[in-house]
Write a protein that binds this ligand. Structure first.
Ligand SMILES: Cc1cc2nc3c(=O)[nH]c(=O)nc-3n(C[C@H](O)[C@H](O)[C@H](O)COP(=O)(O)O)c2cc1C
Length: 181
């Protein structure tokens, strides 16, 4: 059983993230998906409801498209509201201790642009330090992120190419989730 926190503000138009989520839902695994934009179109996130959901799971996957080298605002807002003092950190804030923290995101541009001399300069893992430290500060087990490149249809990649890559990614994720059961 795993929880997917889906942070995609435009999910109806999604190919990459939608394919991953559908593959997970159609797998043999018992998956619960929290589609944040659907639950909270007004961004008024219910901390207690989200915390109760987290408590039911050992493994949490954060699924999102990379926006400006980061997570979309709704997911960041979810962290700000849900990972509260005395829940995620503080003297009694050990409620997430030992749970698995798995970032899983999709990247519009090619890997060759994420190099020192490339358009985006920094390597992808350099944009993930905040995720890693958030996991440690919450006493969670950080698992190296799942991601793949070339998902931007506007850059000319086709829907078929993107969905094929997303299906492969979902397979890798399912293998891991199976191991963590
Ligand atoms: C607001 C916005 C910001 C984006 N920022 C980045 C970025 O920083 N780097 C990148 O490679 N792609 C970026 N992209 C492209 C998205 O990562 C890409 O569209 C997404 O991974 C596709 O997933 P989807 O099919 O599930 O929507 C951005 C897209 C949008 C709409």
């Amino acid at each position: 059983m795993a929880l997917i926190i889906l942070g995609h503000p435009d999910f109806d138009k999604s190919i990459a993230n939608k394919t991953i989520v559908e593959e997970l839902q159609h797998s043999h695994l018992n998956i619960e998906v929290r589609h944040l934009q659907k639950h909270y179109p007004d961004y008024k996130i219910d901390a207690e409801a989200e915390q109760k959901t987290l408590l039911r799971h050992k493994t949490i996957v954060f699924q999102y498209p990379l926006y400006w080298y980061n997570m979309p605002a709704i997911l960041k807002h979810w962290f700000d509201i849900v990972f509260e003092y005395q829940f995620a950190f503080g003297s009694k804030g050990d409620k997430l201790k030992g749970k698995n923290f798995i970032p899983s995101f999709t990247i519009g541009g090619p890997e060759s642009d994420y190099k020192t001399l490339g358009e985006h300069h920094f390597r992808v893992h350099e944009f993930c330090k905040n995720l890693e430290q958030t996991a440690y500060f919450s006493q969670m087990n950080y698992i190296d992120p799942f991601y793949f490149h070339e998902t931007s249809l506007t850059a000319g990649y086709t829907k078929e190419e993107v969905s094929q890559k997303a299906r492969n990614e979902a397979k890798r994720l399912i293998t891991l989730l199976d191991r963590l059961k």
